[in-house]
Ligand binder design. Structure first.
Ligand code: 2AM
Ligand code: CA
Ligand code: CA
Ligand code: CA
Length: 277
């Protein structure tokens, strides 16, 4: 039975190298263009970092498969099979990166037989490294992570994100969901512009719950392992098991807070990662 610890070490080294590239790119003039909508940004650095991560991993593990945000955007099929598969977000928080807003991460997840085994998230601005291996705990710069044990939603800090889709119907549901979270009442709701860092805050216990519609498998893969290994819950927005390709997620420190969030949410419909062109 493989324990994938070598793969974790390799992923950490690559995430740190990728983080260095992001750190130097953030200080330079950025070449920004847009993808699906004018607010869906991509830069030269997104492509460069994804290429660096995938080519380095492919050289080391030629039989492995790869899913990456920018490769998918370029038409590579986003498909999770039983094969060992790396799931990569080269720059999570591209809009933040463009503004030098200090919430930008590199995210590398790894699944085998469709089960998430490893997660590495590197916060490029403060150098925080989140790591986890299934069954072996989650760590932040080597210190064990533990989710919040809070069960009372009125004491919860809730995180969410809004993607590039900003049509009136999407915004109405988004704001309706946010209103429910604010009026619970909770301690507050935050949007930091990086799904993977928001999810890392659930793993570290800095916030109690996270929900999002429209995110992608590369936004959740690494973070899901890290949260579960920190004792937390990651699930579908209906409360059922997480479907990595479904573009929706609820994560929480406790089942009680997860259940509360699930009950409140009105869904926003997106396609699936594995059927989108
Ligand atoms: P990205 O920066 O890698 O594109 C805020 O936009 C956060 O949501 C970021 O983590 C962003 O990832 C992610 N995101 C990207 N596309 C999204 C979408 N269509 N809907 C919701 N979130 C999205
Ligand atoms: Ca993007
Ligand atoms: Ca992302
Ligand atoms: Ca990205």
């Amino acid at each position: 039975m493989e324990d994938w610890s070598d793969c974790l070490d390799v992923a950490v080294q690559i995430a740190l190298r990728a983080g260095q590239v992001v750190q130097s790119a953030v200080k330079q003039e950025k070449q920004v263009s847009s993808k699906s909508t004018p607010t869906d940004l991509v830069t030269e650095a997104d492509h460069q970092v994804e290429e660096l991560i995938i080519s380095t991993l492919r050289e080391k593990y030629p039989s492995h498969r790869f899913i990456g945000e920018e490769s998918s955007a370029a038409g590579v099929k986003c498909e999770l099979t039983d094969h060992p598969t790396w799931i990569i977000d080269p720059i999570d928080g591209t809009c933040n990166f463009v503004h030098s807003f200090p919430m930008v991460a590199v995210s590398i997840g790894f699944a085998v037989r469709k089960e998430l085994e490893l997660g590495v998230i590197y916060h490029c601005f403060d150098g925080t490294l989140y790591t986890a291996r299934r069954g072996h705990g989650a760590f932040c710069n080597g210190v064990r992570l533990q989710v919040s044990k809070e069960k009372d939603v009125s004491k919860a800090l809730i995180l969410t994100e809004i993607g590039a889709k900003r049509d009136p119907a999407t915004l109405d549901i988004f704001l309706g969901n946010m209103k429910k979270m604010l009026s619970a009442p909770t301690h507050g709701v935050r949007i930091i512009g990086s799904s993977t860092l928001a999810l890392s805050h659930i793993a570290s216990g800095a916030a109690e719950a996270y929900y999002q519609y429209g995110l992608h498998c590369w936004d959740i893969a690494a973070a899901a392992v890290i949260i579960r290994e920190a004792g937390g819950h990651v699930m579908d927005t209906t409360g059922g098991p997480l479907d990595l390709m479904s573009r929706r997620v609820v994560a929480a420190g406790t089942r009680q807070i997860a259940d509360y969030v699930v009950k409140q949410l009105q869904p926003i419909n997106y396609g699936r990662d594995d059927t989108d062109p």
